[in-house]
Design a binder for this molecule. Structure first.
Ligand code: ADP
Ligand code: MG
Length: 730
């Protein structure tokens, strides 16, 4: 007899280990070879067209139709020289994946001759049918048209002989249906507000960009084993499985040498990524078995996010060649670490200054302080929004689950900076700042060492940690589109910076010296935002109590967390900054909720299926074997004592199996009833609480009994690959 589990294990053991041969001498020989970057534009475009594109990338200037035609023609020529036959607009709908619809370059003239075309109109704008993308009630089907429009700031690239053009995606009526539109708007507003503030200190600053360096965590599972786990296939996570005797308790995976087969996979996806201009730099083993991480060199945030989405696609595709499945789910396995996507985020000026890097002059330090304190204040004010932006059915397993950063949003600064803020808070008097004090303060500020001891000062338990020259938003889920949290951060900070500037300007107009005015307002903010700062262990029970005392919210419930999207403060914030309208926020709220409901619904269905059609029959089969053997034993064993001991043990096992199978059956039935009850309700917003509080709690209860059975039933007939097999085959 062979279960799907054993055929999978057999397949895995009999298959050659895929390898990868690096076809070049060095990475710089082919880095960006599949990207229509400035260097290639220079070659394929006229001088004027090149100038226009460059300007558009740098300042957001419009590209006129004639130039667009020229660019399209140059792009086509380049793409065809690389063997491309098709083109597509590539965008980030709110499904969480990227979307594309390929068209070939081919055209036919009146005489029936075929030739290749691609013009400015096709480059700049297209009209895909938007009705099957999530819109959260924004569109009626009769106006289902959507528009994609070219984003020149993110260069076109070729993948699978297809020229991909990064675009935004909006509805017929102009509402954003994607992540990129509000991301670009938020980056634009942040540029304006941050530049205005920079000018207090340095008139030569004309542009501020947000930078993003993401760290992507993921699991690898052998493809054959993956295919033998319907729960992994349909939900991205295991809904059952007893813990492996060994998993991460010896801490022997983190940073240890990368398994050979995994390394071959990493080399190949990095090779593909480098061709696409994605600057992947770091790779290592993560904490859990079969868990890994990769990180690039940071880039401008919009480009960095496109690169992250593209890399996830490349990783999925390359995994196939290596007979792996890559899991981006935040919690594929119970009992061991889940996966995050740390967003390292900072701001840089066009004069080459990282605004979150402490300087070594009083002036540069005041600039640093200004941004630092405004960020802390923005996070404090909009912590509920930040949480909503990272909440999902997957990431909920991490948030507040005593492993990843907690559901309480707090800011970690490190001892030195924390103390410095405390000093400033104490030292600057409320009304007039004496010359002496402000001088002294400047001295204090100037003492911030240029390089902070960030490595010793790391706090892995903080959701939002300062790491020496950037903030690291660590609570983002591994499967998330970074744009969600970035839009929230950029918008909150822009709003805060504008307020800051208004307040400082009022003081300046009252003849208070600029530096003094800045310090006085900063001091006020330091006080106002103090409760969000926390240096201790974010996983501890004490912190939960302390945070409550401080009035910080600790929302683990998805249904509650999502409400921040449509809170009046959020709507005002986004409308004031022209990033999203109340209508668009409501649509996003609905989309997040529906996604949550649907994911829990799918999990419930597959759990029910596995429990009833796979696990219970297997357990009964084994139970029947035991029952037969009890009967037969009586004929064979003569020693009465032996017989009694044996029989009573077997009967004990038979009873245990009965108990667990009965419980599974009852609980599954109850879960199905709950689903039926809630599915009568019309909308996701009405269903979410039922799914979260009535359906989902059955998952662990049912799983408990299944995992117990896994320990009892004969290994030979257990149908699903076990944790030890999923986690250690590589
Ligand atoms: P760790 O795991 O110790 O946090 P990694 O080296 O894995 O560090 O990742 C650090 C990430 O931070 C990298 O992606 C890096 O490019 C990024 N980073 C460094 N400086 C900045 C910056 N100024 N802005 C944004 N990201 C940055
Ligand atoms: Mg990090």
């Amino acid at each position: 007899m062979s279960t799907i589990r054993f055929s999978a294990l057999n397949e895995l053991n009999n298959r050659p280990v895929p390898s990868f041969n690096f076809p070049f001498e060095k990475i710089s020989d082919y880095f960006g070879s599949e990207v229509f970057d400035l260097r290639k534009m220079q070659k394929y475009l006229s001088k004027d067209a090149y100038k226009n594109v460059k300007e558009s990338i740098e300042t957001g200037a419009k590209i006129n139709r004639k130039t667009a035609d020229q660019i399209a023609s140059g792009m086509k020529e380049w793409a065809m020289s690389k063997g491309a036959t098709h083109y597509t607009h590539w965008f980030h709908p709110l499904t969480g994946n990227t979307a594309e619809k390929h068209d070939s370059f081919i055209n036919i003239d009146q005489e029936g001759n075929s030739f290749e075309t691609f013009d400015g109109e096709l480059l700049v704008q297209q009209e895909p049918d938007a009705s099957s993308f999530p819109h959260g009630g924004l569109r009626n089907t009769f106006e289902a048209r959507g528009y994609t429009a070219w984003d020149p700031a993110s260069p076109a690239f070729i993948i699978d002989q297809t020229l991909c053009i990064p675009t935004i995606f909006v509805s017929y009526t102009g509402e954003a249906l994607d992540y990129k539109t509000p991301l670009l708007k938020s980056l634009n507003v942040l540029d304006k507000t941050a530049t205005a503030v920079c000018k207090y200190f340095d008139k030569s600053v004309n542009k501020v960009i947000a930078t993003l360096g993401w760290e992507q965590e993921y699991f690898l599972v052998d493809e054959a084993l993956f295919n033998a786990r319907p729960d992994l296939m349909l939900t991205g996570r295991t809904l059952m499985g007893h813990a492996s005797a060994k998993d991460q308790q010896l801490s022997d995976h983190y940073f240890s040498s990368i398994p050979e087969r995994v390394l071959a996979y990493m080399k190949e996806f990095e090779y593909e990524a480098h061709k696409l201009g994605i600057p992947v730099k770091t790779r290592h083993n993560e904490v859990a078995p079969n868990q890994f991480e990769c990180a690039p060199i940071f880039e401008e945030a919009n480009l960095a996010n496109d690169h992250n989405q593209l890399l996830m696609k490349v990783m999925r595709k390359t995994a196939k060649k290596h007979r792996f499945k890559v899991l981006f789910h935040e919690k594929p396995f119970a009992g061991i670490n889940g996966s995050g996507k740390h967003n390292n985020w900072s701001l840089a000026t066009d004069t080459g200054i990282n605004l979150l890097k402490p300087g070594n002059t009083p002036k540069s330090n005041l600039l640093f302080l200004t941004f630092l304190v405004n960020i802390i204040t923005a996070v404090k004010k909009h912590s509920d929004l930040l949480r909503a932006a990272i909440m999902s059915a997957g990431n909920q397993h991490r948030l507040g689950a005593n492993e990843a950063p907690p559901a309480i949003i707090s800011v970690f600064l490190g001892k030195e900076i924390d103390e410095m803020l405390n000093k400033i808070e104490q030292k600057v008097p409320d009304k007039k700042i004496s010359h002496e004090i402000s001088q002294k303060l400047k001295l204090d500020i100037s003492k911030i060492p240029e390089i902070l001891p960030d490595n010793t000062d790391r706090n892995r338990t903080s959701p939002f940690a300062f790491t020496g020259n950037r903030f690291e938003f660590r609570a983002v889920g591994s499967n998330e589109n970074n744009a969600g949290p970035l839009i929230a951060l950029n918008t909150a900070l822009s709003d805060q910076l504008r307020k800051f500037k208004t307040e400082v300007d009022i003081l300046i107009s009252e003849n208070i010296k600029k530096d003094d005015a800045v310090l006085r307002i900063l001091r006020k903010y330091i006080k106002e935002s103090k409760s969000v700062r926390f240096e201790g262990n974010g996983y501890s029970e004490d912190w939960i109590k302390e945070a409550e005392k401080r009035g910080l919210t600790n929302i683990k419930e998805a249904s509650e967390a999502f409400k921040a999207y449509i809170h009046k403060d959020t709507i005002n914030l986004f409308e004031r900054n022209h990033i999203l309208t109340g209508k668009e926020l409501h649509s996003r709220y609905e989309i997040r909720i529906c996604e949550y409901v649907q994911k829990i619904q799918i999990e419930a269905r597959i759990l029910g299926d596995l429990a009833v059609n796979h696990i219970i029959p297997t357990a009964i089969k084994y139970q029947n074997t035991l029952i037969t053997s009890v009967k037969e034993l009586k004929e064979i064993i003569e020693d009465e004592k032996d017989l009694e001991a044996l029989v009573s043990r077997r009967i004990g096992t038979i009873k245990k199996i009965s108990h667990h199978t009965t419980q599974i059956s009852i609980l599954t039935q109850e879960m199905i009833e709950e689903r039926k009850k809630t599915n009568v309700k019309e909308s996701c917003t009405e269903r979410i609480e039922d799914y979260e509080f009535k359906v989902k709690p059955y998952f662990d209860k049912i799983r408990y009994h299944i995992d117990k059975l896994e320990l009892i039933v004969d290994d030979e007939i257990w149908p699903l690959p076990k944790y030890r097999e999923l986690l250690f085959n590589r």
